[in-house]
Ligand binder design. Sequence first.
Ligand code: ADP
Ligand code: MG
Length: 241
Amino acid sequence: MIETRGLIKNFGKIHVLKGVETKIEQGEVVVVIGPSGSGKSTFIRCINRLEEPTGGQIIFEGVDITQQKNEEMNKTRQRMGMVFQQFNLFPNLTVLENITLAPIKVKKMNKEDAQALAMDLLKTVNLEDKKDNYPGQLSGGQQQRIAIVRALAMKPDVMLFDEPTSALDPEMVGEVLDVMKKLAEEGMTMIIVTHEMGFAREVADRVLFIDEGIVLEENTPNELFSNPQKERTKSFLSKVL
Ligand code: ADP
Ligand code: MG
């Protein structure tokens, strides 16, 4: 479903991604781990070209999207849901308006259908009673579940998560991970940057260890966590497991 070939990203003189090679199959759940500053966010943001790659290729559903122009790329982006550490909900819109905005504006869905879809999705995260609330009236865990639902309302083919639980109080991490786990069980293709190693072990099909801008090592969670091959992987895991 997604392939990166020799993905390179420089910020000026800073070489962040130095040739990332990956292939992600449909329905696969891939967790990305690695030290702070190693390029995990840059990698995931390059996939939907929130950051423009400096070099290499991104193949999505068989199409090279690296050079796609705005209009075409916007269509491609609609098939990739993204969830950030800082939920990024629109503070001046209600929960229902947050979820229906893009389906109505971008997908030209009619309002009734968009609201019905939003309510269905809200039920799956047990937040249907919050539809008329504003984000500021919700807990972090609730906001992040809304952010996930908002992305799902576009019916994406893949979901990209960049540390979705890192900004949450500890007691709210579980409720967000549970939603992600359910998505995984339903067969969603997911790429997840996270430090939640228990979640990775339980849910991931594969873990990528990114270090200094390359995929240094990748394996099933069990293999990677219990039998890392590279010294740097061992050293990183000894600090986080
Ligand atoms: P990670 O998510 O693994 O912590 P990032 O991808 O955020 O790492 O960052 C990798 C490196 O790229 C860091 O050194 C960071 O300072 C740098 N970087 C990220 N975004 C930018 C940017 N917009 N401009 C300049 N440098 C950046
Ligand atoms: Mg990051």
